[in-house]
Design a protein around this ligand. Sequence first.
Ligand SMILES: [Zn+2]
Length: 633
Amino acid sequence: MSAADRLRTEVLRYFSVVSPREAAITKIEYEGTRLAIYTKNLELFAERDQIAKDLVNILKKRVVIRSDPAIRLPQEEAEKIIKATFGDDSTFFFDETLGEVIVETKNFKLNKNEEIIRNVCKETGWHVRIAKKSLMPSKTLDKINQYIYKDSGRRLSILRTIGERVFGAKTFETSDVTLTVLGSGRQVGRSAILLQTNESKVLLDCGLAVGATSKLGMLPRFDAYPSLFDELDAVIATHAHLDHTGVIPYLFKYGYRGPVYCAEPTLPLMTMEQLDFVNVAEKEGSFPLYNENDIRTAVQHTITLKYGSVTSITPDIRITLYNAGHILGSSLVHIHIGEGLYNIVYTSDFKFEKTRTLDACAHKFLRAETLMMESTYGATPIPFTREESEALFANYVKQTVESGGKVLIPVPAVGRAQEIMLVLDDLLKSGSIPEVPVYLDGLVIEATAIYTAFPEYLSQELQDAIESQGNVFMSDYFTPVKSHSQRDEVLNSEGPAIVIATSGMLEGGPILNYLKEFAGDERNMLIFVSYQVEGTLGRKLLKGIREVSFMGDGGKAEVLNVKLRIEKVDGFSGHSSRQQLLSYLKKFTPKPKNIIFLHGEVEAIESLASSASKVVQANIYAPKNLETISLLG
Ligand SMILES: [Zn+2]
């Protein structure tokens, strides 16, 4: 009996034995990582969640119960009921293929009211899926809805193909497990690790090296595996930074057609970053790695997961995502191989400390033989606590604005920007710094809009604040810069001001416009609040180089004499400090047999590896790119 037939038999047996009702099953088919069961029984459809839970326990596969088209109300009639329930300010669209209606609402409490949702399902025969509406307009969220729902027939056929692989029979017995580092081996950038078993090939992250000068240096080492894109079963995207997910559309450009797995907020955030990456390349006149079509294809192949949900992604691999505390949606990946055969935890970028936006990352697991972790700050202890860093930051800002200068804060759009915004709002509200105009420019505004659409991924305190006060990120003190003319006004304005702008390492983005204008005045200050990768303009300035050249508008190189004051405050980083990395090793449960250090410059990795050997008893690896570590077999 084939794997598919076995599942079908189990499902039918459940409905005949466990449920005495007429199940009226009309179709059972694969839908990505889930089994979709279509029914004509409205009662049964309304109890879909409970039935799906029961079946997951029996089948050990994710299940979704869908309504047969015959029992769905016509759209106009269903629309009336939905409007009456969720209010006029909600927006919704119908997915005819799956029988879903996606309702976007700002009403936070309604999202959680299962009773109301069940009643609407029963009344309309449509599966109501609630999506939290962002508190500010977001072009990216609109675009993703278009990519997925405007062509839902194509989406369904993609999901069916993915399902055939996920639910397919195992061809080989799992006896070997290997990890090959294609990027992020003794470097910060181009994260990409190939996990292979006898049965599966999975890529953990697929990022680019920011600041690289050649294409070979920018991409993971795919050149060593020419047939990889055809053989790959799945890609896991841990979070929406370009050095982890910036190369995903490139896979699709060259023929990959398998799934990409990530947490829910990661999809819009990484799409935003990729679209911007293509835009910036086009503006600079350089040839982009991929185009918007490739990004759309990648989105259509992406399956989002909630934290904690165990998901089969190949016949012998199950993954579970956990909060990594780094940016919104950032994930630690727990990988379970075979039936209890082997377990790996891949931290990717993580923060082992509570921040203003997120809770500290997960550190307890049932099983984990190998721990792969980042080492960005492995060498340099951060001398200040979070509170001290905020005080230092406040002091820098105060000094500058009181002497009539302008403060320039380069931020990565996702993560540090929102942390700094919350800190600045507090400082202004409490009167710790004088009231001066604060401008936000670049992707930071769009990223913040996406942050407001996924409150359940934020720390509990921040969720409560959003529920009671609305959009806590956009303080009354802040002015978003939305046009070129508005930007010119800020550039030419007199007197003190604070500017928060992208990109974080001064590699493109509006921050360069401000730097050019403000660099010549010694009263002004540039404050770094995030890691500056080797080779970037930000790193050069940090090293004390004051005559710098960079790519200006239209791809022309420009030289700049930098006179403004430059400071950095490390305590805001979304990465764990050296102290937190070591304390993570001590507290990580259970004790792993192997520890693999990645994502750090040579000095950081060596320093961390040598300290780690004193803290934990384990085999310690610090692989270079293209090294393979055999974990089993
Ligand atoms: Zn990151």
